[in-house]
Write a protein that binds this ligand. Structure first.
Ligand SMILES: NC(=O)c1ccc[n+]([C@@H]2O[C@H](COP(=O)([O-])OP(=O)(O)OC[C@H]3O[C@@H](n4cnc5c(N)ncnc54)[C@H](O)[C@@H]3O)[C@@H](O)[C@H]2O)c1
Ligand SMILES: [Zn+2]
Ligand SMILES: [Zn+2]
Length: 352
């Protein structure tokens, strides 16, 4: 089968023929149909310090995907509904593998497992014709879901997990960063009943995507003053909720600066290193800041499936984040599109 492999330590990737993986205990084999490119995959191709510390080549990368179950180990328990594991079942996959035995896992807080490893980083991933994953990571999808939408569930899950931390009905929401996750978060905020959904970035292309997905106002922070925008919108006290989705220190400071008393901020964007913020304002304004990692297993997945099922508008808005579709054989074009910045989500078409 074809697999996009990190062949050895150092920059680059190689599309190779490799043997098909076989299921071990508790695993299922999936025929991959569509896969999404993410910032992680850019780091892996480039081979920075983080990649060097995580990956043991040769290894197939890719962790955002949708496919069809083609084989199950004998000990895999088949179920119904979102646990329906049968040959032919279409599915998305949670990319974080947890230990199942630590305190948090046993308490049902699997997204806080200290022993998490990742598909496509710590073990062979999904930029390939087939991938083998633990059955417990599979999220069965309803018949007829668009494969592209199925391949978005990992980043859509980051957006959902972050956006649904605090009730949004009637609230004014500020989203910093219009990458694919910020764009999908704007769509969720509208679905969840926010009043103003303001999205910031420095890329007009990306702000255009956010506008299309449901932002009520986009702000290019290199050109416009956010306080001015608040006045224009008739806001007098600041934003009630903030979603930090850029990883940029300047964005976090701006978020804190534009929030009201008692505002709540969910932070998904990963800063490269520590940075100073105005702790005085955080304290005197009684702000709540919550870090968000991954997706809640599997409550976030439940919310994603059924938000999409109930809303054609949300389905279209989420799908609109996809700007490029590239066949696996042409994978360098996908990396070029993702690096250009003039993109939303880039999808690899692996099979139909
Ligand atoms: N915590 C987690 O589990 C988790 C999971 C996935 C991604 N992430 C992080 O979430 C963030 C969003 O992911 P993505 O794939 O959408 O990322 P992305 O890098 O594609 O998008 C980030 C956007 O932020 C914009 N930006 C930079 N500085 C800004 C500023 N000062 N103000 C406003 N916008 C600014 C950039 O122009 C870019 O469009 C990234 O930091 C990523 O590393 C975290
Ligand atoms: Zn990812
Ligand atoms: Zn655990």
């Amino acid at each position: 089968m074809r697999a996009l492999v990190k062949p050895h330590a150092g920059p680059g990737l190689e599309l190779r023929e490799v043997p098909e993986p076989q299921v071990g205990p508790g695993e299922v084999k999936i025929r991959v149909l569509r896969a999404g490119l993410c910032g992680t995959d850019l780091h892996l191709e480039q081979w920075d310090d983080w990649a060097a510390s995580m990956v043991h080549p040769p290894m197939t990368i890719g962790h955002e995907f949708y496919g069809e179950i083609v084989d199950l180990a004998d000990d895999v328990v088949t179920g119904t509904g979102s646990a329906n594991l049968q040959v032919g079942q279409r599915c998305s996959v949670e990319g974080h593998i947890v230990c199942g035995m630590c305190r948090n896992c046993r308490a049902g807080r699997r997204h806080m497992c200290p022993n998490t490893s990742s598909i496509g980083v710590n073990r062979d991933g999904a930029f390939a014709d087939y991938v083998v994953v633990p059955a417990t990571n599979v999220w069965a999808q309803p018949e007829g879901i668009d494969p592209e939408l199925g391949a978005l569930f990992d980043p859509f899950g980051n957006a959902t997990h972050t956006a649904l931390q605090f009730p949004m009905v009637g609230e004014d929401v500020l989203i910093t960063g219009a990458g694919p996750i910020g764009v999908m978060a704007a769509a969720i905020a509208r679905h969840a009943g926010a009043r103003h959904v303001v999205v910031t970035d420095m890329s007009d292309f990306r702000l255009g995507l956010a506008q299309g997905a449901g932002a009520t106002r986009t702000v290019n922070v290199a050109q416009e003053d956010l306080r001015e925008v608040q006045r224009e919108l008739g806001m007098t006290e600041g934003f009630d909720l903030g979603l930090e989705m850029s990883g940029a220190p300047a964005a976090m400071r701006q978020l804190i600066d534009n929030c009201t008393f008692g505002a709540k901020i969910s932070m998904l964007g990963l800063p490269k290193e520590g940075f100073p913020v105005d702790w005085g304002k955080i304290i005197t304004h009684m702000l709540t800041i919550k870090g968000i990692y991954g997706r809640e297993m599997f409550e976030t997945w439940y919310h994603m499936s059924f938000m999409l099922q109930s809303s054609p508008q949300l389905r279209d808005a989420v799908r609109s984040v996809i700007t490029h579709r590239v066949g696996l054989d042409d994978w360098p074009q996908a990396w070029a599109a993702a690096r250009s910045g003039e993109c939303g989500k880039v999808i690899l078409e692996i099979a139909d």
